[in-house]
Design a protein around this ligand. Structure first.
Ligand code: NDP
Length: 328
């Protein structure tokens, strides 16, 4: 038997309920590797899947948790042996497949990444999906060239924003963090932000398609009006890595920043990234993310905290990264 956060749906297909339950190993789905999970995290999608699912969950009962880190317990795949430490993000685990909010997970070997040297399973999950995505965004900006000047990070106090801020600052970039929570200013400065931009300053509707050339690059976790506004403030030839939609899915922008300033809009998808890119991103995380700053982002949690935390992350109220110790 093992413990898991199980989401069930009323028999009439109505409301969902999430609670910690003991379940038997015979209930684990098919897969070639069984992982003794140590840590998972809370991401925006987890908030959706702990609740009604937002269209992501295909069948109930469901175990959410879009990422996990732990130790291989059993393996039918030659690449992994019992005792190996592994990390998993993406591949629709925790959405379509049972995820990391459990003491055990059975998954496909192809979805796993060996724990990068220099990281513990707890640190790997402090990074988790949000931090892995932040690294992919930074790598995409680098591939297109980060221009002179500050790099804008939107949703800065959230998971993606916090890790992006710390990585960019460590790489020597000036970072301007946009936040709707002025009380997080000293936290963002401790991660390396040199400038704090109030959300209202940049979330207003686009009035002019082009404004002063201000930002040398942008990691955008918010989308919507904020992304549209940022596009018009980019330096000539600079890039925006669009990661998220915490502020909405509509994009009230014009084509002018692309035509007259050669701005690049780079879409970042962490879910289906090929394995080689995953390994490259995790190696970069181990090398370029200051671990003391990562520690400052962590809010510890246990399985029974998750129903409340799922609601908080959907309201944009979580700061940094929630690390769930599934065995506590
Ligand atoms: P968090 O909730 O931790 O952070 C989002 C931040 O956005 C909040 O902390 C808040 O920052 C800001 N925010 C929230 N609501 C609004 C709003 N209405 N208007 C403006 N700003 C808002 O989430 P994550 O950082 O984990 O994820 C951010 C986004 O990225 C989500 O949409 C998520 O689904 C997406 N994502 C995408 C991935 C991909 O592969 N493309 C992978 C991982 C995440 P502040 O308080 O500082 O203003």
């Amino acid at each position: 038997m093992f413990r898991a956060l199980v989401v069930r749906k009323d028999e009439d297909g109505g409301k969902t309920h999430a609670a910690v339950e003991e379940i038997g190993e015979d209930r684990l789905p098919a897969g070639d590797v069984t992982v003794a999970v140590e840590y998972s995290t809370v991401n925006y999608k987890d908030g959706l899947c702990i609740g009604p699912g937002g269209g992501l969950v295909r069948s109930y009962p469901h175990v959410p948790g879009i990422d996990l880190a732990g130790t291989v317990e059993r393996s039918d795949d030659a690449r992994y042996r019992p005792g190996d430490k592994v990390v998993l993000t993406g591949w629709r685990v925790g959405e379509v497949y049972w995820g990391g909010y459990a003491q055990k997970a059975r998954v496909k070997a192809d979805w796993l990444v060996p724990l990068p040297a220099g990281l513990t399973t707890r640190q790997a999950m402090a990074v988790g999906t949000a931090g892995f995505t932040a690294m992919l965004a930074v790598m995409a900006l680098e591939d297109h060239g980060i221009k002179e000047g500050p790099v804008l990070v939107t949703g800065a106090a959230g998971g993606v924003g916090s890790v992006a801020t710390a990585i960019l600052a460590k790489l020597g970039h000036e970072v301007a963090g946009v936040t709707g929570r002025p009380e997080t200013a000293s936290y963002l400065e401790s991660l390396g932000a040199t400038r704090i931009v109030a959300r209202e300053e940049i979330a207003e509707t686009v009035k002019r398609p082009l404004e002063s050339e201000t930002w040398g690059g942008c990691v955008d976790a918010v989308g919507g009006a904020m992304l549209a506004r940022a596009l018009g403030q980019m330096k000539y030839g600079a890039s925006v890595a669009a990661v998220g939609l915490a502020g909405g899915t509509a994009l009230p922008a014009t084509v002018i920043p692309f035509l007259l300033r050669g701005v690049n809009l780079l879409g970042i998808d962490s879910v289906m990234q090929p394995c080689a890119n995953r390994l490259r991103a995790w190696e970069r995380i181990a090398a370029d993310l200051p671990m003391d700053r990562l520690e400052a982002m962590i809010r510890p949690a246990v399985l029974s905290d998750l129903p409340v935390l799922g609601g908080e992350i959907l309201k944009g109220q979580v700061r940094g990264r929630v690390v769930v110790d599934v065995n506590a």
